[in-house]
Design a protein around this ligand. Structure first.
Ligand code: GMT
Length: 381
């Protein structure tokens, strides 16, 4: 199939999923065209079967707000026509579904059918999509899509409840490449000493440091763990709460035990060095960072929110607590980290969950079958 993919190309879960999906589909022989305002950050630009098309957004003194969604629609229609695309797949409803809808209409006017699928990722429904300035158009874009998928059952149900949407929404959960995300013992032996000394436990957090991730809770939990056993914390990512997190780290006297490594490219290598992930988010529609860690044999202590219980079975492959329960999360982390046998049990169960339920090899065929269904369906009236 020839598929156009649009996403937010910067650091963020939906862009990661869209890019990894494109890479997996290209590896299976499909022709993939990324249509975005900059090259998605996990793309090298050298992958076979993948082309990148930049969306140029021209400015003009009259425009206080350059109309990106129109430039995107124009580029979608153009790429679809030049490369004879079968389908557009947009990630994150706002504004991508509306741009795709315009592109579909532009081509329909010339007698060409271009169906599009919208994948819902989270804040497009639970936060931004609820804003009155976007809600009616978000609902419209979703209703008009030829196909809609959600990355968890939770998100499908929220979309129905919050937006009053009644149409079919296919749940296709997030995935991870289990060959790429795994623990390589030799690499761990070589690189772990950079972050933790022998006998120290290594905790990790990976996010875009937005308030919803509650990075300060990560520091609070770590501080309690560090009082009970020798530990270090690896913080991967960057964003609005980074400086508050750094300040709290200093105030708690933990500066020499916490490594802020910023945005990183091969997060698989860093995750695999760690013993435990902390994901104390206010909300996660899925929690891709935890899945990536689990595939690397790193269980997560996380919050029981959104779609996280669809990934983490508390007590088996990780532990779940209420939002803000830093004492509970710290006690849970200590209980796993202080007993090597318990840590190994959780670590193996985490890897098994990733492998048995969320490997790319299981999930990508679900997308392929869904694409085939949507391409074969008659155009929407
Ligand atoms: O919160 C983020 O990391 C960004 C956000 C996005 O849409 O870019 O993430 C959402 O999509 C991810 C990938 O599907 C999910 O794993 C995250 O749980 C979800 N974030 C929220 O629901 C807050």
């Amino acid at each position: 199939m020839k598929i156009g993919i649009t996403c937010y190309p910067t650091y963020g879960g939906s862009g990661v999923v869209a890019t990894e999906l494109g890479i997996e589909l290209a590896a299976r022989g499909h022709e993939i065209h990324f249509i975005t305002y900059s090259q998605p950050f996990r793309l090298t630009g050298r992958e076979a079967n993948i082309r990148y098309h930049e969306v140029p957004v021209s400015n003009y003194p009259l425009f206080e707000y350059p109309p990106y969604d129109l430039a995107l629609a124009t580029r979608m229609a153009e790429v679809a026509e030049f490369h004879n695309l079968d389908l557009l797949h947009v990630h994150y409803a706002i504004p991508h579904s509306v741009s795709a809808l315009l592109a579909r209409q532009m081509l329909a006017a010339r007698g060409r059918h271009l169906p599009f699928i919208t994948t819902l990722h989270g804040t497009d429904i639970t936060l931004v999509g609820l804003d009155r300035s976007y809600l009616p158009i978000t609902r419209f874009g979703i209703d008009e899509s030829d196909g809609v998928t959600a990355i968890s059952s939770y998100l499908r149900d929220q979309t129905r409840e919050n937006l009053g949407i009644t149409r079919d929404i296919e749940v296709i959960r997030n995935f991870v490449n289990c060959d790429f995300y795994q623990r390589d013992a030799a690499l761990v032996a070589q690189q772990r000493p950079r972050f933790a000394k022998p006998g120290e436990r290594l905790l990790v957090h990976l996010s875009n440091f937005r308030p919803v991730k509650r990075v300060l809770d990560v520091i609070e939990v770590f501080s309690r763990v560090n009082r009970a056993l020798p530990a270090r914390l690896l913080l991967i990512g960057d964003g609005p709460d980074r400086s508050a997190a750094e300040f709290l780290t200093m105030r708690l006297g933990l500066a020499d035990r916490v490594d802020f490594v910023g945005k990183q490219e091969n997060v698989n290598e860093l995750l695999a060095l760690s013993d435990l992930m902390l994901m104390p988010s206010q909300l996660e529609s899925f929690g891709l960072a935890a899945l990536e860690a689990m595939a690397c044999c790193v269980p997560a202590v996380a919050t029981r929110v959104g779609g996280v219980p669809e990934l983490i079975d508390s007590g088996k492959n990780g532990l779940l607590y209420e939002v803000g329960d830093v004492d509970g999360m710290a006690a849970g982390a200590i209980s796993i980290l202080s007993d090597p046998a318990v840590l190994e049990r959780f670590s193996k169960a985490a890897r098994r969950t990733a492998q048995d339920q969320f490997c790319a090899s299981r999930i990508i065929p679900l997308y392929e079958r869904y694409y085939e269904r949507i391409i074969a369906a008659p155009p929407r009236k």
